[in-house]
Design a protein around this ligand. Structure first.
Ligand code: PLP
Length: 364
């Protein structure tokens, strides 16, 4: 028998040397930005209120970057690309209270880069919440008054980038929500992390959906690491149809990067668009969810993303659309600075009595 280096192996002996999606996930460069793994915290009192046997909160509000949130995981991949391209300034877009914009600015600063952001929304009367953090981080802001449409923001960003290029700068533009197939890998990793924390078996995972990157990464990650998990998105802005289309696009791009295929149809994407009215506008059920979570578990949520998605979780549980016997995980995607921009919506709850201080004694 001929033995030699170049001897072709019989088909059955051939070893597939191409890396697995799991290996690729570790090989793709990223810049460390998030404090991970984040804790998985059981919340028994909230579970009882919702009628669930076991409820956990995955504390991605504790990822650390500029007060935490989901974007830290996504930006790790984007910043590897930004640094690789030798960019010296990062520009991104968002609504007035964009978490993504703040976290991008913080990530830029952590890597010695300049940050510029195009924001849009109602007129600015005070620099509160995330807007204050943008200011502290020294991000230059261009503000589109009364217009937060994605295409208006994107064209203002491109125009700004063009001006910067003419001035000899090397800008990198990040789309709304930082949603790219590459960025969504951050949530593929998060599912790998969660699979270890939760152990094998069926589960129900609920999270807020905006620009769909977190949802896409979570679905793909669940396919790879938690095959018995049901991933459920609660919309804060888009219709179910829009979510299905955009999530499929982002997921296909992430799957291509990891060299795997996802066989999923629009119908296989479970999302609910009945827990918001308008993006950025608080709802009564969101407020109730914020209060339940704070008062039963000491965990804070915000009125734009996590309050609404928790309201969705509680309602789906009470209507038995969630299986009460299956462990449920709420991904806390962060956004807490937004709370401070909505202080007026919670003033009525203050239990504060003004009292007189006792008169000072002569000797004091
Ligand atoms: C706090 C918070 N939760 C959830 C989301 C939704 O994430 P995605 O845009 O990836 O759908 C965002 C997006 O801005 C967010 O800031």
């Amino acid at each position: 028998m001929k033995h030699g280096k170049d001897r072709a192996l019989p088909k059955s002996d051939q070893v597939d040397s191409s890396p697995s999606p799991d290996e690729l996930l570790d090989r793709i460069p990223r810049v460390l930005l998030a404090d991970i793994p984040t804790p998985l915290q059981e919340v028994p009192r909230l579970a009882r209120t919702a009628g669930l046997t076991k409820l956990f909160i995955k504390r991605d509000d504790q990822t650390g970057l500029a007060m935490g949130g989901n974007k830290a995981r996504k930006l790790e991949y984007d910043f590897a690309e930004i640094l690789n391209q030798g960019s010296d300034v990062v520009i991104t877009v968002g609504g007035t209270q964009s978490n993504h914009a703040v976290m991008t600015a913080a990530a830029a600063r952590r890597n010695g880069l300049d940050a510029k952001i195009v924001l849009g929304g109602p007129g600015v009367t005070e620099y509160q919440g995330n807007l204050l953090l943008d200011v502290l981080l020294g991000a230059e802001i261009r503000y589109l008054e009364n217009d937060d449409r994605n295409d208006s923001l994107a064209s203002a960003m491109e125009e700004w980038a063009e001006t910067l290029r003419r001035e000899g700068r090397r800008p990198y533009t990040l789309p709304v929500g930082g949603t790219t197939g590459m960025g969504a890998l951050g949530y593929v990793r998060a599912m790998r992390e969660l699979a270890v924390q939760l152990g094998p078996g069926p589960s129900q995972i609920v999270l807020a959906v905006g620009s769909c990157g977190t949802f896409a990464g979570a679905i793909l990650g669940a396919r790879l690491y938690m095959p018995e998990a049901r991933v459920i998105g609660i919309s804060v802005s888009r219709s179910r149809e829009e979510i299905a289309g955009r999530t499929m696009e982002v997921m296909a791009e992430s799957a291509r990067i990891l060299g795997c295929e996802v066989t999923l149809t629009h119908a296989g994407i479970e999302s609910y668009d009945c827990y918001h009215q308008e993006y950025g506008v608080p709802t009564d059920s969101g407020r109730e969810a914020i209060l339940s979570c704070a008062r039963l578990e000491g965990i804070l949520l915000d009125p734009v993303y996590t309050g609404k998605s928790m309201a969705g979780l509680i309602d789906l549980a009470r209507r038995r659309i969630l299986d009460p016997a299956v462990p449920t995980v709420f991904i806390h995607t962060g956004g807490l600075p937004i709370l401070f921009a909505f202080e007026r919506g919670f003033r009525d709850l203050a239990q504060c009595t003004m009292i007189q201080s006792p008169p000072r004694r002569e000797s004091e």
